[in-house]
Design a protein around this ligand. Structure first.
Ligand SMILES: O=C(O)C1=C[C@@H](OP(=O)(O)O)[C@@H](O)[C@H](O)C1
Ligand SMILES: C=C(OP(=O)(O)O)C(=O)O
Length: 419
């Protein structure tokens, strides 16, 4: 299937309500599943990846009732049951990395697998860290990627080391599992943490569920043994999803408010509005959301995007319309996402007549006058959604396999922006 995007000719002025955060939904489902008592989660994201986490937890014995965007989760603490068959997690890196660590809390043999791409995405550093906690965790094909096997009699806890230079998700997984060790846990960090704000997001959710984490300057984390307390938790809107609509305001010189997003959000991608501000947009807090106003003077910038990798495709598309060069640095980890996002973005922008240089760990994009093109999406929701925004300005943008947006936002095409 393909989708031709129709440009918007009138002044773009709207408020968009985005669904709940994907990262927060995964975390809240997991902490609620491991809690004592039943939790009520409001405004959860109902998308492919979060439903994979839901289904995986159900297969391990957790009762989760979903109605509309509310989930009622009956926590089972450590008593996760190994499913008879491998648990399928599609291409959801967050599900794979967080649940691998969580399975280690249970008793027995767990096997987690995913689609072809997931089987190329690294996980060895997390398996090594779990081994140090007394759990036999290994890559079935001995290639450092899923399928993973976790043979466990429970977590010892104590000290472990983790290298989170390609993914923060390894560290997030360890943190989430840590309270269920036999001993208090100490997680030592070897190397620079990629996508660092996601670690703060993990700690924030853990705290909402009653577990505190001692953060020693991101070099070492200490977690005392204990258990999560069930609670009522409302998930805020997804800032990565919001980025597409803020980007639309930027390139169309429009005004777009996205809600519900708190100014104080701990989500990494709230930082995208500051990037747009540097490029010349105006940012205004608006009720329970944030408004971006696009101006006439979109200009290229040099920016380190290590902390917000998921909005790099959005930024790259905005950069194609800006005056001058945009240099995106320090995002080598984009090569192991849903696709190699540096290569994908460079290839597709070139099709649109934009000059792009692909670096080992970044992109240099020379703003110009993008042309219509048929965009390959590489089964990557973020490539589809970013390039669709370009099509609101430029005639002739066609998105291949538009359905891939279902990974994080199945309602993307029904927001009113696309005819
Ligand atoms: O923990 C999370 O919820 C996520 C962490 C990030 O991954 P990495 O830490 O692997 O960069 C991000 O790209 C992903 O979409 C969600
Ligand atoms: C990289 C992403 O997700 P995950 O790592 O969970 O597959 C994403 O949503 O952009």
């Amino acid at each position: 299937m393909k989708k031709l995007i129709t440009p918007i000719s009138n002044h773009l002025k709207l408020t968009i309500t985005v669904p709940g955060s994907k990262s927060l939904t995964h975390r809240a489902l997991i902490t609620a599943a491991l809690a004592k008592g039943h939790s009520t989660l409001e405004n959860i994201l109902l998308a492919e990846d979060t439903l994979l986490t839901t289904e995986a937890l159900r297969q391990m014995g957790v009762k989760i009732d979903i109605s509309n965007t509310q989930a009622v989760v009956q926590g089972i603490e450590k008593k996760l049951i190994p499913p008879k068959r491998p648990v399928y997690l599609g291409n959801s890196g967050t599900s794979m990395r967080l649940l691998t660590a969580i399975c280690a809390i249970g008793q027995g043999r767990f096997v987690l697998t995913g689609n072809e791409r997931m089987q190329q995405r690294p996980i060895q550093p997390l398996l090594d860290a779990l081994n140090q906690w007394g759990v036999k965790a290994y890559s079935e094909r001995q290639n450092g990627c899923p399928p993973v096997v976790i043979e466990t009699q429970g977590l010892n806890g104590g000290k472990t080391e983790i290298d989170p230079t390609i993914s923060s998700q390894f560290l997030s997984g360890l943190l989430l599992a840590a309270p269920y060790g036999r001993r208090d846990s100490v997680i030592e960090v070897k190397g620079k943490i990629a996508s660092l704000p996601y670690v703060d997001l993990t700690i924030d959710v853990m705290e909402k569920f009653g577990i505190s984490v001692k953060n020693l300057n991101y070099k070492c984390f200490e977690v005392k043994k204990g258990h999560y307390q069930a609670c009522q938790y409302t998930i805020e809107g997804d800032c990565s999803t919001a980025s597409y609509f803020w980007a639309a305001a930027a390139i169309l010189k429009g005004e777009v408010t996205v809600r519900p997003i708190a100014q104080t959000s701990k989500q990494a991608d709230i930082g995208f509005v500051n990037v747009l501000k540097k490029m010349g947009c105006q940012i205004i807090p608006q009720g329970d959301g944030i408004k971006v106003i696009g101006r006439n003077n979109l200009r290229g910038i040099t920016v380190d995007m290590n902390k917000m990798p998921d909005v790099v495709p959005t930024l790259a598309v905005v950069a194609a319309f800006a005056k001058g060069e945009t240099v995106i640095n320090n995002v080598g980890h984009l090569r192991v996402k849903e696709c190699d996002r540096l290569q994908a973005v460079a290839t597709e922008l070139k099709k649109m007549g934009i000059e792009v240089k692909e670096k080992k760990d970044g992109l240099i994009i020379k703003g110009g006058q993008p042309q219509g093109a048929e965009i390959e999406t590489y089964n990557d929701h973020r490539i589809a959604m970013s390039f669709a925004i370009a099509g609101l300005k430029v005639p002739g943008i066609i998105i291949r396999n538009p359905d891939c947006v279902k990974k994080s936002f199945p309602g993307f095409w029904e927001t009113g922006l696309f005819k």
